[in-house]
Design a protein around this ligand. Structure first.
Ligand code: FAD
Ligand code: GLY
Length: 370
């Protein structure tokens, strides 16, 4: 049986694209070498923070903002489809300035955001104490971004796993794609466990591992793993922050179940997913600097994941330059946020076999060698 589309990789990107394509009536298979949603998409913090991560206006920020605007209804649609609530929380995000930090820099950052029409609110030290009483007294001010929200990304992946199966997607877990099959310079399918599985189109959404499939046919896209270590703490005598909190070194993400996530390192350590003493020491020191009461908490979990990064830290979306082969990878720090818009645009491109102008800044042609 020939599939219309095979997607390599069952992370948030592969699964959301599969969902949209199946909703258009296409016969779609997701090949996942392990289990759905167990890599970066599970390791993430689930923050939806285009403004928080932006240094200035750009097509990338526009893409992120479009995706952020889709999230509330995306969460609702997923709940309807799967019965799983992905815990969309809309309390906003506070960027706290600690004493000794460059206040002017943070103010300039807030200024260009306000100038770009984005919601930004200035919070004095005394207001901050009322909003988040456990933030360190050495905080001098904060910037509040009311539109920066979060989801519980583990529940997101559980919901997607249910939704795609109900939509008719064939989910092939425990099946690594070893290579692509070609006929006269066109991709005709994939090889897995020695079998050739034919498809009209193949989408590489294999996260940090994408280059392994792209190098042999000469697609010059380097996807670089960027390790992120995190931990979760909880304390019966500690009030979790109401909102997501950031300092310049760390973020704290309160979950509905009382856990507080502390993240995250960004390390270029190859495919090594170790959680290290140095990584956890750094995160704990930075978290305690921001919220000293966390000292009373117990550590309930540590983990790490590999963000799929690129040379310019932008995703790679659209045609690969080889007929029938498409790319949806390199989402680095924003793959959870970008999943809804990526899925819609990739589904439109692949099903219509067309290049979309909005994806041009994220095309493969920006890399040397193309
Ligand atoms: P993955 O989730 O890694 O999925 C790729 C899948 O492909 C894997 O399941 C893998 O097993 C499979 N695969 C690989 N090769 C093959 C093969 N040959 N055959 C079959 N299957 C294969 N983003 C946000 O938006 N907000 C956040 O707050 C946030 N926080 C983060 C915190 C941390 C610590 C980390 C690590 C990441 C964070 N991110 C966040 C980034 C986000 O997690 C990633 O951008 C996103 O998960 C990438 O999704 P993906 O589907 O491309 O990759
Ligand atoms: N976006 C948060 C992170 O990647 O750590």
């Amino acid at each position: 049986m020939k599939r219309d589309v095979i997607i390599v990789g069952g992370g948030v990107i592969g699964c959301t694209i599969a969902w949209r394509l199946a909703q258009q009536g296409l016969k779609v298979a997701v090949f996942e070498r392990g289990r759905i949603g167990r890599e970066a998409s599970r390791a993430a913090a689930g923050m939806l923070t285009p403004q928080g991560e932006a240094a200035g206006p750009s097509p990338f920020l526009d893409l992120c903002l479009r995706s952020r605007a889709m999230y509330r209804s995306f969460a609702h649609e997923l709940k309807e489809a799967s019965g799983i609530d992905i815990e969309y929380k809309d309390e906003g995000t506070l960027f706290v300035v600690l004493s000794g930090e460059d206040e002017a820099q943070r103010m300039n950052w807030a200024k260009w955001q306000a100038g770009a029409g984005l919601s930004v609110e200035h919070v004095s030290a005394s207001e901050l104490r009322k909003l988040e009483p456990d933030v360190t007294e050495s905080a001098t001010r904060a910037i509040f971004l009311p539109d920066e929200h979060q989801v519980e990304n583990r529940r997101l992946m559980d919901a997607l796993a249910v939704a795609i199966k109900l939509a008719g997607v064939e989910v092939v877990e425990g099946s690594e794609v070893s290579s692509l099959s070609f006929e006269r310079d066109r991709v005709t399918g994939v090889y897995s466990s020695g079998d050739l599985i034919a498809a009209g189109a193949v989408i590489i959404a294999a996260g940090s591992w994408s280059s392994r499939l792209l190098e042999p046919p000469g697609v010059k896209v380097q996807i670089i793993p960027a390790r992120g270590q995190m931990l979760a703490v909880r304390g019966s005598s500690v009030s979790p922050p109401v909102r997501v909190l950031h300092s310049s070194k760390v973020y704290l993400v309160p979950r509905r179940d009382g856990r507080i996530l502390i993240g995250a390192t960004v390390e270029y350590a190859g495919f090594n997913k170790a959680v290290t003493v140095q990584g956890i020491e750094y995160l704990l020191a930075a978290a305690l600097e921001l919220m000293p009461s966390l000292r009373e908490c117990e550590i309930v979990e540590t983990w790490s994941g590999l963000r799929p990064d690129t040379e310019d830290h932008l995703p790679v979306l659209g045609p690969s330059g080889i007929e029938n082969l498409w790319l949806a990878t390199g989402h680095f720090r924003n793959g959870i946020l970008l999943a809804p818009i990526t899925a819609n645009l990739m589904a439109e491109s692949v099903s219509g076999n067309k290049q979309l102008d909005v994806l041009t800044p994220f095309g493969v042609h920006r890399f040397k060698g193309h």
